[in-house]
Design a protein around this ligand. Structure first.
Ligand code: AMP
Length: 300
């Protein structure tokens, strides 16, 4: 029987040895350890991952760390929101057992020299627009995995390329962690929740709805008989590109395992979009399944 949230004790750790001890004790008690890696500024998308972890694991760890190595020099590292007190309250409310909130120097001592790079996949799409981003992500996630040694880790489909890269890293390096990918949580108007949405002015927020609108359009068109991918992508790009204040970075229909663009409909497809709305960079995606088509590739 799961212990109700109100009788659980949340502990907050900054220190690697201390959280390791707490987790080791939970493991000795036979508890399944779940981890939800986040950069904080928790919203309902993060909370859905925590709830998924809570449902499957007896000991849930949420990591809150704004990881400097995944930000480019011109990016928003210094202004990224850090409402730690509110985040801790949310974790307590959801019955999280441990929050790991390390200092940057704890994760990256001054002589830190070891990075993980998932080749090829890290250079496409997001990686092309954010050089070095996935090297930082893979490195910090592997570090968090070796600190927490979870049985299961929870990621969002929202960062589609990220979950693919983490899966590949775990497979390639024999990292013994089960990965779960949870669906995108959206606002009622369709905007995918993101910690960066707080940067949007009311009019920018309105403009940003073109991302989910274009994905919805693409998804619907792909279900039509004899769907023409090139034509669909063209219309979607025009939709996003013509929205006031929105600069399209990329919009593709791709194979969800390789992220190679496709030109013919296949059983599983992913529609990926990234755009700047004012100075805020937003990403979104949708997975499309056409069950009547033959299997090209399969999401593991
Ligand atoms: P972040 O704090 O942005 O690094 O995100 C932490 C985790 O939450 C990642 O696995 C994200 O994919 C996931 N996440 C972010 N936004 C959403 C969302 N709207 N729905 C579901 N998961 C999300």
């Amino acid at each position: 029987m799961p212990v109700p949230a109100e009788v659980r004790e949340l502990s907050i750790y900054e220190d690697v040895t201390e959280i390791r001890h707490a987790i080791a004790a939970a493991r000795r008690d036979g508890k399944r350890i779940g981890v939800v890696p986040t950069m904080g500024a928790l919203h309902a998308g993060h909370l859905s991952l925590i709830e998924a972890a809570r449902a499957e694991c007896e000991f849930v760890v949420v990591t809150i760390f704004v990881n400097p190595t995944q930000f480019g020099p011109q990016e928003d590292l210094s202004r990224y929101p850090r409402p730690i007190a509110a985040d801790v309250d949310e974790c307590r409310r959801l019955g999280v057992d441990a929050v790991f909130h390390p200092q940057a120097e704890t994760i990256y001592p001054s002589d830190f020299k070891t990075f993980v790079n998932v080749e090829d996949l890290s250079n496409k799409w997001e990686g092309a627009f954010r050089p070095g981003h996935f090297r930082g992500v893979a490195t910090v996630v592997l570090k968090l995995f070796t600190i927490v040694q979870p049985d299961v880790a929870y990621f969002g489909q929202k960062d589609f390329q990220q979950q693919l890269i983490i899966k590949r890293m775990c497979r390639d390096l024999n990292v013994p962690v089960e990965l779960r990918v949870c669906p995108i949580v959206r606002d009622t108007d369709g905007l995918a929740l993101s910690s960066r949405n707080v940067y949007l002015s009311p009019s920018e927020r309105n403009s940003s709805l073109v991302l989910s609108r274009s994905l919805l359009f693409g998804e619907k068109e792909l279900h039509a008989p004899e769907a023409n991918i090139t034509a669909i992508v063209k219309v979607m790009r025009e939709m996003v590109g013509s929205e006031k204040g929105v600069t399209l970075e990329y919009l593709i229909i791709a194979d969800p395992n390789t992220l190679e663009e496709i030109t013919e409909p296949q059983r599983q497809m992913v529609l990926l979009v990234a755009a700047r709305v004012g100075t805020t960079r937003l990403i979104d995606n949708v997975l499309v399944l056409l069950p009547h088509l033959a299997e090209h590739s399969r999401i593991e």
